[in-house]
Design a protein around this ligand. Structure first.
Ligand code: GDP
Ligand code: GDP
Length: 455
């Protein structure tokens, strides 16, 4: 490496950075207007994840990557709040609940100028039940005179209130130090398979695509355990289901079964719930209603799973209703609208008739295999050497940037670091990704490629 002009230390650093496993998740919760979004912006700074050019894909982000004191984590923003028919307490409780479920630690934001309200108390009860580490942020303490307001929040029984001003940044550093103490190095609840538990599946898709029908169909009589969270009386959240001789965990089936108050078209809840389910899963099965046009919402849901780095399967449901003409147009739509995930295994199913249900598990297994694939460094570099020789990067400004060597820094999903002699254009990166896929498979998994340029 060093003889190519890279400092060995830099190379190791780049590999370590790119190779990080799944990141722990921090949820920021609280009533409307306490300053959650302002605080999230402060936490993520300007480091908002760069959007790779994926044409045609709209994003509605709920999770962001952040870094503090050299540690990276994800932040779930619940600021995009919508009140639903049941009123403010239920709405706040519902959004907090989803976020808390997916989180490894929680920042609970209270407006110190207002003090603790009944709604705040309701969230405190949820936090107690969930038993996740909580950092209490007493927000809008813009100067020393506000500190006294913050101290009243000891009464919430969540430990020390941390006076902060999300708006001006006052105290947020100290608060983030506390957050890092509360956050585990790796997400505790994800990736059960790492410790021999069942693989986790998030069955997601927009309303009415057939999620609950599909769940019922696959579960059938095989539904082995209903997994109630200890000490709560709410809906079961995750469910263990036996399929093809293996036990799988379907996460957030409560979301699939839909609660009355979530039928009011609260898109934001749906996004939050989907994001939470995806965070908890290793593989996302995105259900699409094949009888209707592929929508922007379908694409957003796919983007969430891809951005979260999960293995992906696309299931086209309601296949029983398709006539020849619709099948023809569906294929054209898939080619144009979903070209960027052409690598995802696909099944054409009917939750109603049971058509091709048996193909679901093999598709999921394929995707998980791709997700865990590791390419040995020797093979990778032999491949890169041939690729670069046969298809050099276009010359720019009289120079020809060249990929010198590379390594796979991590899996779940596969992450590569390529070291180059100059700036590698997006088009060439995509070309390299395509060829990597052709050579090594990676069916059903996003792959991350970062490029380091020699100084
Ligand atoms: P959210 O609904 O909890 O996400 O709250 P927002 O982040 O949208 O903030 C609500 C309002 O409080 C906005 O007008 C913010 O500018 C204001 N705000 C947020 N943080 C602070 C703060 O630290 N100090 C003051 N004075 N205002 C703040
Ligand atoms: P969810 O909102 O995604 O959970 O969707 P549901 O499972 O509630 O299904 C929405 C509607 O689509 C219901 O009326 C189902 O009976 C119907 N449906 C679901 N799957 C199929 C299918 O494969 N074929 C047909 N024809 N209808 C289906």
């Amino acid at each position: 490496a060093a003889d190519e002009g890279f400092d060995l230390h830099d190379v190791e650093g780049a590999i370590e950075e790119a190779g990080h496993g799944p990141l722990p998740v921090l949820a920021v919760v609280g009533r409307p207007n306490v300053g959650k979004s302002t605080l999230v912006n402060r936490i993520i700074g300007r480091r908002e994840a760069v959007v790779e050019d994926k044409p045609g894909v709209t994003r509605d982000r709920v999770t962001y990557e952040a870094e503090w004191a050299g540690r990276r984590f994800k932040v779930v923003d619940t600021g995009g709040w919508e009140q639903d028919v049941l009123g403010i307490d239920a709405s706040v409780a519902a959004q907090a609940e989803y976020a808390i479920e997916a989180a490894d630690a929680v920042v609970f934001v209270v407006d110190a100028k207002v003090g603790a309200t009944d709604t705040d108390e309701a969230v405190v009860r949820l936090l107690r039940k969930a038993g996740k580490p909580v950092v209490l942020a007493a927000n809008k303490v813009d100067g020393p005179s506000g500190e006294a307001d913050a101290s009243y929040l000891w009464s919430l029984g969540l430990g020390e209130p941390h006076p902060v001003s999300a708006l001006h940044g006052r105290g947020t550093g100290d608060m983030l130090d506390r957050v890092l103490e509360a956050l585990p190095e790796a997400p505790a609840q994800t990736f059960g398979a790492a410790v021999g538990g069942p693989r986790r599946i998030a069955l997601i898709g927009r309303p009415n695509v057939g999620k609950s029908s599909l769940l019922n169909k696959v579960a059938g009589e095989e539904r082995v355990v209903v997994n109630e969270l200890a000490g709560t009386t709410r809906d079961p959240v995750d469910e263990l289901i036996d399929l093809g001789g293996t036990t799988w965990k379907f996460v957030d089936t409560a979301g699939i079964r839909k609660r009355v108050h979530l039928q009011q078209g609260a898109d934001y809840y749906a996004s939050l719930r989907t994001a939470a389910a995806v965070e908890k899963a290793e593989v996302a099965v995105v259900l699409i209603d094949a009888s209707e046009n592929i929508s922007v919402q379908d694409q957003r849901i796919i983007t969430m799973a891809v951005d979260a780095g999960r293995a992906l399967v696309i299931a086209y449901n309601k296949w029983d209703t398709l006539d020849e003409e619709r099948r023809y147009y569906l294929e054209r739509e898939i080619e144009t609208e979903l070209a960027q995930i052409a690598w995802a295994p696909r099944v054409n199913v009917s939750a109603r008739t049971g058509r091709h249900m048996e193909k679901l598990v093999p598709a999921i297994e394929t995707a998980l295999d791709g997700w865990e694939t590791r390419v040995p460094t020797g093979r990778l570099n032999a491949f890169l050497g041939e690729l670069v020789a046969a298809h050099p990067h276009p010359i720019r400004g009289g120079k020809q940037p060249r990929i010198l060597f590379g390594t796979q820094a991590g899996t779940k999903p596969p992450r590569f670091v390529l070291f180059a002699s100059g700036f590698i254009e997006a088009g060439y990166r995509r070309f390299v990704e395509r060829r990597l896929r052709e050579e090594f498979g990676f069916e059903g998994t996003p792959i991350h490629i970062s490029v380091r340029v020699r100084e």
